[in-house]
Design a protein around this ligand. Structure first.
Ligand SMILES: C[S@@+](CC[C@H](N)C(=O)[O-])C[C@H]1O[C@@H](n2cnc3c(N)ncnc32)[C@H](O)[C@@H]1O
Length: 239
């Protein structure tokens, strides 16, 4: 019980999650990357779903083993694993050449061993092998045509035995919230002017159990985050 409370509090304690990089605004401009990446680095400690997932990656993986993050953006999470947890074998991929360039620059700046390539993680042209843990946060449910089931089926072969997937999901509870069909930044506008939601799929724990089982995984750990957009973080193990 005590250890559960400790875990709960540790998962939600933000201040150990900063990433130290210099000149992020300049580098984003230089790489022509999305300004969102400045937020991802500077406000990382408030992105609870991301910090919890990274804590769990660190809990279940030795620092010399391979961690792979598809959709890694600027590599903020990989940089944290290198800087704060001493990980030495970090891999990532992103669809955006600009984000990949930014990630290379940041990794060089902090002298982290992060190998990032440009790739489409819905149909990857290259996957690393013998991966201990895959981290997948804050991207899949934004992508038209993506699904958790396909993601697991595609990435399972690159995991070693009993390898893990640590991911976040929009919880199905969001389906009950008023206006969940609209873009959450547009709720001040009249309905006819609102964009559609960015949260394209949402799953309950029961659904996640089923998806995991059907694709050769089981749930080892999960937690719900009660925020305006309800999310959950899962740790799955390859069976
Ligand atoms: C909101 S950012 C999140 C980045 C990172 N996961 C994080 O939490 O900081 C979403 C990222 O997903 C990338 N992305 C979108 N579609 C993708 C695809 N099909 N394959 C790989 N990356 C993709 C975008 O380029 C973007 O960098």
């Amino acid at each position: 019980m005590k250890s559960q409370i400790f875990r709960y509090l540790r998962d939600r304690w933000p201040f150990s999650h900063t990433v130290q990089v210099n000149d992020i605004e300049k580098l984003v401009q230089l790489c022509e990357a999305e300004p969102w990446h400045i937020y991802a680095i500077k406000s990382r400690i408030w992105r609870r779903h991301v910090c919890i997932a990274c804590n769990w990656v660190s809990d279940c993986t030795s620092p010399h083993e391979t961690v792979f993050e598809p959709g890694c953006g600027s590599g903020a999470n990989l940089l944290w694993l290198a800087q704060k947890k001493g990980f030495t074998n970090l891999r990532g991929s992103d669809l955006s050449a600009e984000a990949v360039r930014l990630c290379h620059m940041l990794a060089t700046q902090v002298d982290a061993n992060i190998n990032v390539i440009e790739d489409n993680s819905l149909c990857p042209s290259h996957l690393p092998s013998n991966v201990a843990t895959i981290l997948s946060v804050n991207w899949l449910y934004h992508i038209q045509g993506a699904s958790m089931a396909d993601f697991l089926a595609i990435h399972r072969p690159c995991l070693k035995d009993r390898g893990k997937v640590v991911c976040d999901i929009i919880d199905a509870a969001y389906n009950q919230q008023a206006n969940n069909q609209y873009h959450s930044d547009d709720l001040h506008l009249p309905p006819s002017e609102r964009r559609p939601t960015r949260y394209l799929f949402r799953h309950s724990k029961k659904e996640m159990q089923q998806i995991a089982k059907e694709n050769g995984f089981r749930i080892l750990r999960s937690t719900r985050l009660h925020a305006s957009i309800p999310r959950a973080v899962y740790m799955l193990e390859k069976t």
